[in-house]
Write a protein that binds this ligand. Structure first.
Ligand code: GDP
Ligand code: PGA
Ligand code: MN
Length: 583
């Protein structure tokens, strides 16, 4: 397979060149079949790359333990290599393409000696969707192949589409020696190429995900007039049977997977509300003939954060994980079931590093331990996830971890104001990337680690969608993470977040009037459904209050942040900030 047909010449030549450079013992073209997956799993069980779990409670599921120094994305070692440094922008680390290629080719030279080199054709998005795009990842990691099979449409159909289109993103990956000193994730957006060396961690190694579907795709999207965003897509069906699709951008480990799989609380369930999961991490949106934005989830699986996923918080994720899942860096129980903090049942016996569990060694599961599982296993999986045209987006939501100041929800006055709200996003850092946790940083549109070009140009691109004939979604901002004086979350979150989505849909349908404030529109008294809510009415008032003095300070900080992008920053956005400051 893979060696015939003239339109595959470029692919074949690249594969040959890579094999000559990396010197693998053998080359395997992946077809994505069940049998191939079974062979890979058997080989990884034999090598210890995968450990079996309890076959009765977790059929066909496995545990992978990564190197303890290789457990998260490495933003300080991630580069965008555009010809000019300015094009990458202050939001990215930059290296000149020629220097980056030389550095990476030296690392890759002979790197696959004695190993198998896998060639993985994949499609990001439904295979027949015009919004979907293809890529080929070359890797020496069978763990990557197994994960790519779950996360993408991988194998023969993708190769056939590549043969038809002739265009694909080239991703080259080797786990190398897992030496943090010899670890780099390089992107060459103009060449549609990625080179990743020295890490086996998901976001660094599953190149279809953050590398292709966000960094390379955002760059492509700008040139072609669409958007590649770090957003979940969720369908909310009201009791009338009408569905609204909402796309939401939260930074890594800030609640995308949870909101995408939200289970309505009793009151909403009884009233007939349903929630449908289209995607939990990435959203590609393009204007349709009707002027609306139409979105697909380019992925086919979830690579989710395990800790905090419990029967009380995300039962849908637990149901999804019952079989055919790969767990990475979780703990296990005495009878071989995966375990993590927040699971709410069982006891850890062996920690994520394979040591007998001892509280003195810290958490049993790594805080960024993950599960990989097919999206179709989710009880709320939306069949329209396969629609070639995508789903129409009614609302875009921005949000992050803000322990103070930022209200539970507010709506932007219009598109330009919404772009400012997204650009100004801030959030406390999490364990999804190496470095300090809990530090407030600006993370525009949750794309700080993922935008493949200068943020100033990215904001201009967002603004450009506001043109005659466009029927753009409304833009909202949420904050599930406000804390009280004792450091406890004030809002119950999870399933209760549907109350906030309900208000958004009422706004979209023109049923809620809202209350104007200088920073945007908040629910007017009584508009947010608080029936049966377990928190005091005074806390709800607190969560919705706009603290003017605090916002004056916040807007100054936002101004300083935007000024950091210099002359490339669109004047429209600066003017918008001025307008809000003086409102
Ligand atoms: P993602 O990486 O953006 O997909 O984030 P996840 O949905 O996996 O959630 C990351 C962490 O945030 C988990 O520990 C969740 O339990 C927690 N989380 C998610 N939603 C909420 C919420 O509404 N409230 C609170 N307090 N925590 C949440
Ligand atoms: P996520 O990121 O936390 O947004 O799911 C995945 C990753 O870190 O690769
Ligand atoms: Mn997630």
């Amino acid at each position: 397979m893979g060696s015939q047909g003239s339109s595959l010449d470029a692919l074949n030549r690249w594969v040959d060149d890579v094999a000559r450079l990396t010197e693998p013992a053998s080359v395997v073209w992946c077809d994505g079949s069940e049998a191939e997956y079974a062979r890979l799993v058997a080989a990884m069980l034999a090598s210890g790359d995968l450990l079996p779990l309890n076959e009765k409670t977790n059929p066909r599921s496995y545990l992978h333990r990564s190197h303890p120094s290789d457990v998260a994305r490495v933003e300080h070692l991630t580069f965008v290599c555009t010809p000019s440094e300015d094009d990458a922008g202050p939001n990215n680390h930059w290296m000149a393409p020629a220097d980056a290629h030389a550095k990476m080719d030296a690392l890759f030279a002979g790197a696959m000696r004695g190993r198998t080199m896998y060639v993985i054709p994949y499609c990001m998005g439904p295979i027949d969707s015009p919004i979907a795009r293809c890529g080929v990842e070359i890797t020496d990691s069978p763990y990557v192949v197994a994960n790519m099979r779950i996360m993408t449409r991988m194998g023969a159909p993708a190769l056939a589409r590549i043969e038809r289109e002739g265009r694909f993103v080239r991703g080259l990956h080797s786990t190398g020696e897992l030496d943090p000193e010899r670890r780099f994730i390089m992107h060459f957006p103009d060449e549609l190429a990625i080179k990743s060396f020295g890490s086996g961690y998901g976001g660094n190694a599953l190149l279809g995900k953050k590398c292709h579907a966000l960094r390379i795709a955002s760059h492509q999207a700008r040139n072609e007039g669409w958007l590649a965003e770090h957003m979940l897509i969720v369908g909310i069906e009201n009791p009338k049977g009408e569905k609204h699709y909402i796309a939401a951008a939260f930074p890594s480990a800030c609640g995308k997977t949870n909101l995408a799989m939200l289970i309505p609380t009793e009151g909403y369930r009884k009233a007939g509300w349903k929630v449908w999961t289209v995607g939990d991490d990435i959203c590609w949106m393009t204007p349709g003939a009707d002027g609306r934005l139409w979105a697909i989830n380019p992925e086919a699986g979830y690579f989710g954060v395990a800790p905090g996923t419990g029967a009380n918080t995300n039962p849908a994720a637990l149901a999804t994980l019952r079989h055919d899942a790969i767990f990475t860096n979780t703990a296990i129980t005495a009878d071989g079931q995966p375990w993590w903090e927040g699971l709410g049942e069982g006891e850890p016996a062996v920690d994520w590093q394979g040591r007998p569990y001892a509280a003195a060694n810290g958490p049993a599961a790594h805080p960024n331990s993950r599960f990989t599982v097919s999206a179709r296993q989710c009880p709320s999986w939306a069949p329209e996830s396969e629609d070639a045209a995508g789903v129409p987006i009614s609302a875009i939501v921005f949000g992050g971890r803000r322990p103070s100041l930022v209200p539970l929800v507010f709506e932007a006055k219009d598109w330009a104001h919404g772009v400012l709200v997204g650009a100004a996003m801030g959030s406390e850092t999490t364990a999804a990337a190496t470095g300090a946790v809990g530090v407030l940083r600006r993370d525009s549109m949750a794309m700080k680690p993922f935008c493949g070009y200068n943020f100033a140009d990215y904001f201009a691109h967002w603004l450009s969608f506001d043109k005659p004939g466009a029927k753009l979604p409304r833009i909202f901002h949420v904050n599930w993470f406000r804390k009280d004086a004792e450091g406890r979350f004030m809002w119950p979150g999870y399933g209760e977040n549907l109350r906030v989505l309900d208000w958004m849909i009422q706004r979209v349908e023109g049923l809620a009037v809202g209350e104007d404030t200088p920073i945007g529109i908040v629910p007017a008294r009584g508009e947010l459904n608080t029936e049966g809510l377990a928190i005091a009415p005074a806390t709800v008032d607190d969560l919705l209050r706009v603290d003017i003095d605090g916002w004056v300070e916040e807007l100054n900080a936002i101004g300083t942040y935007l000024d950091g992008f210099g002359a490339r920053m669109p004047g429209r956005l600066k003017a918008e900030r001025q307008r809000v400051s003086h409102a």
